[in-house]
Design a protein around this ligand. Structure first.
Ligand code: ATP
Ligand code: MG
Ligand code: MG
Ligand code: MG
Length: 469
């Protein structure tokens, strides 16, 4: 059985042998785009190259890029633990052509690597193309020999990629693997496409236009290629698993969690172990890229991820900080490919431990309150907004943490009530300041806070500038 680490290496070597420069993963904190929360695709570090603002001394590159999708346009946080194929942190493998090769070559590369390099039976694969992109459809037919029923035209924006309101854009083509009829789910484009049977493993983007704005589009003189393959999904295919969480790397983390908590990996806490394994990766990688848990922006997203993991650990019986004790298992799995984990081991450990110490007393008390309140709800009942606010304000429960707990019991939060409790508290705080006769400085601060929202302020999130692949 080929390991995830070996799949990563084989992917990079294949493209290197076809003239691509292997580059290390860029940081999870985008260096070229303050509007973006986290690096959420392999192409993010190359945005300025695709727009022509920046040139590189080579025209082909390949990477394994660290990616986090827990905010902004791509938010897979609520899928984690529930689907077989979503993580908040994952690795996106990619090959890029900066005005060099185009559609025919990238289809050839992808098909050859999948079927010859990795030996995947052709009949297990199918593709989608943008409905208008007849060129791509005929190339798939010619190069891969796919029959018409395996080339599915999709007319929605799912198969048309854009960098933003203006800039490079173009049709895309997604490659799917069929896990077989024992798994629920329909083919792409069908009503039950959200199941786990047909899994999207690789997305090819053909950047052939430049969007000038107001619908005006011109042909790019030198079209480019951007691709993204989910390493964990592909590892599942290669390891004969139907679930990403059963692949070597992630399974090892689940087992570490099971050992630490002394709770069966596949027993009643199966979902908790999955969430913990996923959140361990996003937590450790975000901290190693310099994000620290805090009250706003990127740091607040990290805090929300960490507290969700801690809630599951608490559910499994943890009475003291334990999350940080899973770090060695992660380093064992991924430390070779990502030396930054070892390099920042002390910082990651201290940050995880500190955050857990800060939260654990509140967590226990907050959970007791929430349990009590839930006991009073009728089925489908909504938790009153002021209770959710008290959990937030007094016990440090981010709203999404409360929602995550409620979801397991089929309940929801009265969100409007939560918002108004929040607004009221803001008003009170402002009144207290005004009463203190303080300078204009505080007024400015309060105005800014009102404008940008509370600690839920995610900062830097612009949908338009968000990348799809
Ligand atoms: P999906 O439709 O399954 O949500 P996507 O179209 O949003 O995937 P892309 O933006 O095309 O994903 O990303 C490129 C590849 O990254 C996908 O083909 C998939 O293999 C992988 N991928 C995307 N999201 C996740 C995730 N949350 N966890 C693991 N792998 C992912
Ligand atoms: Mg998605
Ligand atoms: Mg998709
Ligand atoms: Mg896609």
């Amino acid at each position: 059985m080929i390991s995830t680490n070996d799949i990563r290496a084989q992917f990079l070597q294949y493209f290197e042998s076809h003239g691509h420069r292997i580059l290390p993963s860029a940081s999870l904190v985008p260096q070229n785009d303050p509007s973006l929360l986290f690096t959420n695709a392999g192409m993010v570090p190359f945005k300025n190259v695709f727009t022509g603002q920046e040139t590189l001394p080579f025209k082909r590159a390949t990477t394994a890029q660290k990616v986090v999708r827990a905010g902004g346009k791509h938010n897979d946080l609520d899928n984690v633990g529930y689907t077989a194929r979503h993580h908040t942190f994952f690795e996106m493998m990619g090959n890029f052509s900066f005005g060099d090769y185009f559609k025919a070559e990238v289809i050839e590369f992808a098909w050859t690597l999948l079927t010859k390099g990795f030996g995947i039976p052709a009949e297990k694969l199918l593709v989608t193309v943008y409905a208008d992109d007849h060129e791509a459809a005929s190339l798939w037919k010619k190069i891969a020999g796919l029959s018409d029923d395996k080339i599915i035209p999709i007319a929605t924006s799912d198969n048309f990629w854009r960098m933003g309101d203006t800039g490079p854009c173009g049709p895309s083509s997604e490659i799917f693997y069929d896990h077989g009829p024992s798994v629920a789910g329909g083919p792409p484009g069908s009503p039950d496409e959200d199941g786990d049977r047909f899994v999207e493993i690789w997305n090819l983007v053909f950047m052939q236009f430049f969007e000038e704005g107001e619908g005006k589009r011109t042909n790019l003189p030198h079209p480019s290629i951007d691709t993204g393959m989910g390493l964990e999904r592909f590892a599942a295919v290669m390891q004969g698993k139907k679930d990403n969480y059963d692949t070597d790397t992630i399974r090892a983390l689940i087992e570490a969690s099971a050992d630490l908590l002394k709770q069966d990996a596949d027993g009643r806490f199966k979902t908790s172990h999955r969430v913990v394994a996923d959140h361990l990766r996003s937590t450790a990688f975000l901290i190693s890229d310099g994000v620290l848990p805090s009250r706003e922006g990127r740091g607040y997203v990290l805090r929300r991820i960490m507290r969700r993991a801690m809630r599951h650990l608490h559910l499994m019986g943890a009475k003291e900080p334990v999350f940080y004790r899973l770090l060695p298992a992660l380093i064992q799995q991924m430390g070779h490919a990502y030396p930054e984990l070892n390099q920042h081991k002390a910082l990651i450990t201290e940050t995880m431990k500190g955050e857990e110490e800060r939260f654990s007393a509140l967590l226990g008390r907050g959970m007791a309150l929430l349990e009590d309140e839930m006991g009073r709800l009728s089925s489908n009942g909504h938790l009153p907004g002021d209770v959710a606010f008290k959990l937030y304000d007094t016990f440090g429960f981010p709203l999404d943490l409360t929602q995550d707990v409620l979801r397991e019991r089929g309940h929801k939060v009265d969100e409007a009530g939560f918002e108004s409790a929040m607004a009221e508290q803001r008003q009170r705080a402002r009144a207290a300041w005004v009463g203190s006769g303080d300078s204009a400085v505080e007024t400015v601060w309060f105005d800014a806070r009102d404008r940008f929202g509370s600690t839920e302020f995610l900062g830097y999130v612009s949908e338009a500038a968000d990348a799809q692949v």
